[in-house]
Design a binder for this molecule. Sequence first.
Ligand code: GLU
Length: 287
Amino acid sequence: MTRMRIALVAAAAAASLALAGCAGDGGGEAEESAEPAASFEAGTTMAELQEAGEITIGTKFDQPLFGLVGPSGEPEGFDVEIGKIIASELGIDEGNITWTETVSANREPFIEGGQVDLVVATYTINDERKKVISFAGPYYMAGQSILVLADNEDITSEDDLVGQPVCSVTGSTPAANLKELGAEVLETDTYSNCLEPLRSGKVVAVSTDNVILAGLAAQNEGEFKVVGEPFTEEPYGIGVQLDDTDFRMFINDVLEKAYEDGRYEEAWNSTAGTVLPFVEPPAVDRY
Ligand code: GLU
């Protein structure tokens, strides 16, 4: 169920109490079911969600390893697991999470409009986006890279993309970076929709975050390869409504707790970790 929420008033005043309410709970076990209910300050997003007993989370539906709707009909991946951990800390079971597809271009509008309560979707934290939404995290550090056909020997770094047709996604940081680099950018709505133009030779490469490309390469074994070194930093954050500081700080607490008690690593190992190595998470930024 989609929930619309009214804007929070005097959110900052409630922050410390709300945080105190959630910090010490839970048994430290890596588990899928909801944590014992914490008590949250009335009027906070946490209290509203806990009372509703349900949450709507925006994620990707076509990105293997991070957010992919498979045969089960439910999205699977590292971002999905991060979303489940947050829900669990609000006392919300997996079954009461409504997953909404957020493609790169509609993430800010969906947060601003209240179609989703939060977004976990390979979502780079940057100043431009922070003008309209707020970010918890980062919880992972990715970097932009390049995907080419497996037999391509011509493209080995971003310098080889200058003046070349390259596919990326509207509203993403990689699309903007490619334009700055001087590539001829073919924009579509999702990264999976970049694969056909790559196969047909309409573009010479697909460029986005290394971990997204690794997922696409693993999904289509033998067809594609990731080349070069990552050439940007893409710190992944969790998008919430602008200035919902209580909720942002709560999610930061949840992340730190999950780093400590093993749930973050378990989430990684069961998803992206099947293809990519585990790296220690970056420190959260409590800006
Ligand atoms: N992390 C980049 C971004 O948020 C690229 C991945 C994506 O589009 O989801 O724009």
